[in-house]
Ligand binder design. Sequence first.
Ligand code: NAP
Ligand code: HSE
Length: 417
Amino acid sequence: MRVAILGYGTVGSNVAKVLIENEKIIKARCGQSITPVIALARHAKKDALIPITSDINEILNFKDIDVFVELMGGIELPFQIISGLLKRKKNVVTANKALLAYHRYELETLAKDLAFGYEASVAGGIPIIKVLKEGLSANNIINIKGILNGTCNYILTCMQQVGMDFHNALQKAQELGYAEADPSFDIEGQDAAHKLLILASLAYNLDIKPEDILTQGIKDISSEDMYFANEFDFTIKLLGIAKLKDSNIELRVHPTMISKNKMLSKVDGVMNAISIVGDVLGESLYYGAGAGGLATASAVVADLIDIAKGNFKTPMLGFKEKLEFNLLKPEEIYTKYYLRIKVEDKLGVLSKITLLMSQNLISIESFLQKPKKNNENYTTIFFTTHFTYEKSIQNLLRILKKQEFVKDEPFMMRIED
Ligand code: NAP
Ligand code: HSE
């Protein structure tokens, strides 16, 4: 089987490496050689393992290519390219979650009976697409909770465990090949939202856009939040959460405090993990490297092997008939919350805040005031709440912002039990 690789960067170069170095085991598994014939890149590559071209037309029209592997990144350009390939009846593999988050249903329509592999698009090397599409297909999916972005998990681990500064941790993640070409996709939560949408399509046949889901990134997390988390035995993780509630689906991506005794709290560094609860199986947990060239190449090559074996399953997103679910409105989210508020350190401030909380039906679970350093006028107070509605917390935040004793924007994080 002859393969063309569109994009010879972190992932593309490792796909070529794996196909060449593991040729023997791959051939034994699928009964034929899978040969990377040519790759596309903008710039010349000194140590490339296969011929490189910068001419997109040359590679798209290269003779006898059986599968095109898209590893360029971006959204509209790869959409155009892949649509053209599918119309020419070419099989496609991609790791591009941003592309799928916007165009997955159009691509499914174009793909029809062709093979369209995208195992590498969610959670790097973890075969989670197959899990939802095949392994758990007997289940109604009750919920999905996942650490879906390796870069954020790496940054948060560095900040919480060794007190590293956010920007240094991000720079290291970029050097290690974990981050997107534009790392704001990672740290602002969009990359995790793209992945959550792909999982929600496989679980619920949900056809919505990334902008429709509540998405918050990690860049406002401070060393004070890490201090509180360590004091109260929490770990801070960027989670993607999907929950089935009657005929509504709750979808959200945000930094989350989770108790240190939960399995997800022990998933450190670039590792990803996804907990899925199905009505038949109960909970199952999937763990593995979520980013990086080799981990991602592992999933890309697995798709190629499936194509070579001829056992690729259609339809691409796993449903032959439509399901009807609505997206739960964010204000109806019902969970526990953490609040960090910087206030003037003077008589009566705490009682004013607790009054505002009770007026908004928010009940306090725990409280901490950090002793002031030197002669500062301000101090930081921290709360966790019992279960309450998102609309109550948002209302409280709006009111707090207007109080003259509150300095800076109050910060809120959701807690997941
Ligand atoms: P990357 O290192 O930036 O590589 C992108 C490659 O595509 C480069 O070789 C680049 O050429 C080439 N390219 C981009 N635009 C092009 C254009 N217009 N014309 C010709 N060549 C072009 O990116 P990556 O990290 O390998 O990621 C590739 C895809 O995999 C993305 O969709 C990403 O979201 C996804 N992904 C990445 C990871 C990961 O851990 N890195 C994990 C899962 C999924 P030059 O080399 O000349 O710049
Ligand atoms: N930038 C992504 C991450 C790559 O850090 O998870 C894997 O999809």
